[in-house]
Write a protein that binds this ligand. Structure first.
Ligand SMILES: [Zn+2]
Length: 312
């Protein structure tokens, strides 16, 4: 993703909306184990960088499809060709795993599974041509969704869930060559029958920093405020208000933008202070599993699990 207009305001959009927030998780729902998700981060990084056209990308794809085939009732791999502004021809794959495919009330959860080809934010110019390992940027959101895939195979969710793993989010370097898989899915949304269309979307990106901070991302507040309320209230109900402050933070260009533009309200849960307020590990060779926290993955995983099992 890219940042724009890096302002930080503290506009409260949730407080004072009325109604008491019940405390605690939905009784009987499964819990989310952060260590399980962290193991999935390590495994992804062990495949190598997941850059389109590389061995790591291919290994990850085959592993994800095998895992999802064993857990989800319906898995769709959407393979397509994309030609970049520099005339590179990429083969990209969006993967969709659908739970309760017949359900008309559906929730979309998405993350990008590809990783950045170049560490262009590295301070040392010699490192800027290296690939990003993508433990947090790509790996973390994918790990949370893949762990949810396992959880939902054991405990059927009360509504339809679509897990979408988008490709080509971070290819770049131009913004024109980013968010490629999300733009393709957004184009397909208008072709879906109303029964297939999700009610709203939640994007997970960079959800593993050791000091979690998920203020409300700016575009999400602007274009998907009802979904923001739902998600941040869910975090509050679990006692995570410290990590999900009800203030509007930086605006980020990310996979949620094309979805909102296509009329699907989608929020971005993202911590853009990776390694500290200077975001020092983002798009560098330091985006490693050792900088991703199982505890943080658990916090985010618990919020999404609660969102699902409380009925969306
Ligand atoms: Zn990135």
């Amino acid at each position: 993703m890219r940042s724009s207009l890096s302002y930080l305001t503290t506009v409260l959009v949730i407080a004072g909306c009325g109604g008491d927030i019940p405390q605690g998780p939905t009784p009987g729902r499964p819990s989310f184990e952060g260590q399980q998700a962290h193991d999935l981060v390590e495994l992804q990084v062990s495949f190598g960088p997941r850059i389109p056209g590389t061995v790591g990308h291919d290994r990850q794809l085959r592993w994800m499809l095998a895992r999802l085939d064993s857990f989800a009732p319906e898995v769709i791999a959407d393979t397509f060709t994309y030609v970049t502004t520099y005339s590179d021809s990429l083969t990209l794959v969006n993967v969709l795993a659908r739970y309760r495919p017949e359900a008309e009330r559906r929730l979309l959860l998405l993350a990008h599974w590809d990783t950045r080809p170049r560490a262009d934010q590295a301070k040392d110019p010699a490192q800027q041509e290296l690939p990003v390992p993508g433990a947090n940027d790509g790996g973390s959101g994918t790990a949370v969704l893949l762990e949810l895939a396992r959880i939902m195979s054991d405990a059927l969710p009360p509504l339809g869930i679509d897990l979408l793993f988008v490709d080509g989010e971070d290819y770049g370097p131009e913004p024109a060559d980013m968010f490629i898989g999300a733009r393709r899915y957004a184009d397909q949304l208008s072709l879906l029958s109303p029964a297939m269309r999700p009610m709203y979307g939640v994007l997970l990106d960079m959800v593993g920093d050791a000091n979690p901070s998920f203020p409300i991302e700016g575009y999400s507040a602007q274009h998907a405020l009802p979904v923001v309320r739902k998600v941040w209230r869910t975090a509050a109900r679990l006692g995570y208000s410290n990590f999900f402050p009800e203030s509007v933070g930086i605006r980020l260009s990310d996979d949620h933008i094309p979805l909102n533009e296509a009329g699907l309200q989608t929020v971005d849960i993202i911590d853009f202070t990776y390694g500290g307020s200077d975001n020092i590990y983002w798009h560098t060779p330091e985006d490693l599993p050792s900088h991703v926290s199982a505890t943080t993955l658990e916090i985010v995983g618990e919020v999404i699990t609660e969102l699902i099992y409380s009925g969306g």
